[in-house]
Design a protein. Structure first.
Length: 235
């Protein structure tokens, strides 16, 4: 019997999907069958050790009604609807994602909200034309991508940051040694998240080419397991 080719050729769900996605995260984000049952609030809640609501609030609190928001990657569960509802019809909401099935899910969630849309795009290179945003957010994307992609994503987001506007990064940080979750995450990272622990050692601003031009603020959660970092132009 001929060996099955992976990633499958001529399968639109795998077309132009970056190698790290098919090599490391196929089961979680690329394979459409798995994405079908993983995309729900409980998966996010358990992955985030029941911190999902406060981490989403940290993002939503930065989103005023009527604002223009770009979220650079899709997230399982109802986060995208919550952001879209929050900006409301006087604002705009764009979600981009590099994986076809995730764009499909986001589009289905945003159906009927004509101020919100989901399109395919790699957060490290995507350019939304001349569109301007009040808030650009990466919610748990950075820990999932290789180092060079982290640099590309942070700098692409900074490139699209207007004066007086804000970047929001919600992601892992460096858990305190006495936080038991630290050791659970070490185990999980070893097997499933090879790019995650870089955020334990490096600040998000370390990925920025010109970090000193921005004001960086950080709030941590759950004894350092998570962080919410914002960046704004100094002027
Ligand atoms: C935001 S992260 C993880 C969020 C969280 N773990 C959850 O529960 O969904 C997952 C998303 O990032 C997307 N992604 C990975 N690399 C990307 C890139 N370079 N540009 C845009 N999206 C990317 C994946 O396709 C996936 O939909």
């Amino acid at each position: 019997m001929p060996k099955k080719c992976f990633p499958p050729i001529d399968d639109p769900y795998y077309e132009n999907v970056p190698e790290y996605m098919t090599e490391v995260y196929d089961w979680a984000y690329v394979n459409p069958r798995n994405a079908g049952w993983l995309d729900n609030n409980w998966v996010v809640r358990i992955l985030l050790f029941f911190n999902d609501q406060r981490l989403m609030r940290a993002y939503l609190n930065e989103v005023p009604e009527g604002s223009r928001v770009w979220q650079v990657a899709h997230v399982y569960g109802e986060l995208v609807q919550r952001v879209a509802r929050r900006v409301g019809p006087k604002g705009t909401f764009l979600v981009t994602d590099v994986t076809p099935v995730q764009v499909e899910h986001a589009q289905a969630k945003l159906a009927g909200m004509d101020w919100a849309r989901a399109v395919r795009g790699d957060a490290g290179v995507y350019s939304p034309g001349g569109e301007e945003f009040d808030v650009i957010c990466s919610f748990f994307l950075l820990h999932e991508v290789p180092e060079a992609k982290k640099t590309a994503v942070v700098n692409n987001m900074l490139h699209h940051l207007g004066k007086g506007k804000k970047l929001v990064f919600v992601d892992y940080y460096n858990p305190k040694p006495w936080q038991p979750i630290r050791y659970i995450l070490k185990f999980v990272n070893h097997f499933l998240e090879p790019f995650a622990e870089a955020l334990w050692k490096k600040e998000i601003s370390d990925y920025a080419k010109d970090a000193s031009r921005y004001i960086w603020r950080r709030e941590t959660f759950f004894a350092g397991v998570y962080q919410c970092v914002t960046a704004e132009h100094k002027e």
